[in-house]
Design a protein. Structure first.
Length: 226
């Protein structure tokens, strides 16, 4: 039987949602701590073994069912917190310890988002915010921020692509190299998949930012110039 390595607080005013979160947390080999109120969050958050919070859209506060937007707007604790929301547009602003997921979620999605946080303090010490041309890249939160403070959320694969280019600045990377280092030669991936992901990455950045993104296509592959 696998050992649960650390606690993740699951908080919702709805017991059914808490039980669903419990199953997800257990599935990724973590220990769920189920609570339903903000007061309990403040109490449990001080426990050293607590590594992250998974908070539903509504929790109890002072005996009432309240939206997390108001309760957590002044969140100051240095423990990562992931909000589960019906829509993320009205709350999606950059914060080093906050992340937002749209409901419903599955085990794979949750694991991808939580993985960077499991050793969050170590990642902070290792300088997770890196300079990438006209952008700052927060590899732990999968976030690009340009010089005008425009925020661009990245998928797991987009983030892995950028990390690969960061490790190989000004070097032409072949499609075969990217297949091996980003996708691991998955049977479902070919050169068209790489082209599509890079096209989507460029489009996502151009839609949010006017800053130049120096990822160039060459005859032999792709190169990020910095």
């Amino acid at each position: 039987m696998k050992k649960n390595f650390f606690n993740i607080i699951c908080c919702s005013a709805d017991n059914t949602i808490n039980e669903a979160l419990k199953s997800l947390i257990t599935a990724i080999n973590c220990n769920p701590v189920l609570i339903d109120s903000y007061e309990e969050v403040l109490e449990k958050i001080k426990v050293e073994e607590t590594k992250a919070l998974l908070v539903d859209e509504f929790i109890n506060y002072k005996g009432k069912r309240c939206h997390v937007k108001e309760i957590f707007k002044n969140y100051t604790y240095e423990i990562p917190i992931i909000f589960l929301l019906e829509t993320v547009n009205d709350m999606q602003h950059y914060h080093p310890y906050k992340q937002y997921l749209k409901k419903p979620i599955n085990v794979i999605t949750l694991k991808n988002y939580l993985s960077p946080y499991l050793k969050y303090k170590e990642l902070i010490k290792a300088n997770p915010i890196m300079k990438l041309g006209n952008f700052s890249f927060d590899k732990s939160l999968k976030l690009l921020v340009d010089e005008d403070n425009n925020k661009i959320d990245l998928t797991h694969l987009e983030s892995q692509l950028l990390l690969t280019f960061l490790k190989n600045l000004n070097k032409v990377l072949s499609e075969d190299f990217l297949l091996k280092n980003v996708w691991g030669y998955s049977v479902d991936v070919n050169s068209n998949t790489i082209k599509t992901h890079i096209w989507r990455l460029r489009k996502k950045i151009s839609n949010k930012s006017k800053a130049k993104f120096d990822l160039e296509t060459t005859n032999n592959g792709y190169v990020f110039k910095n």
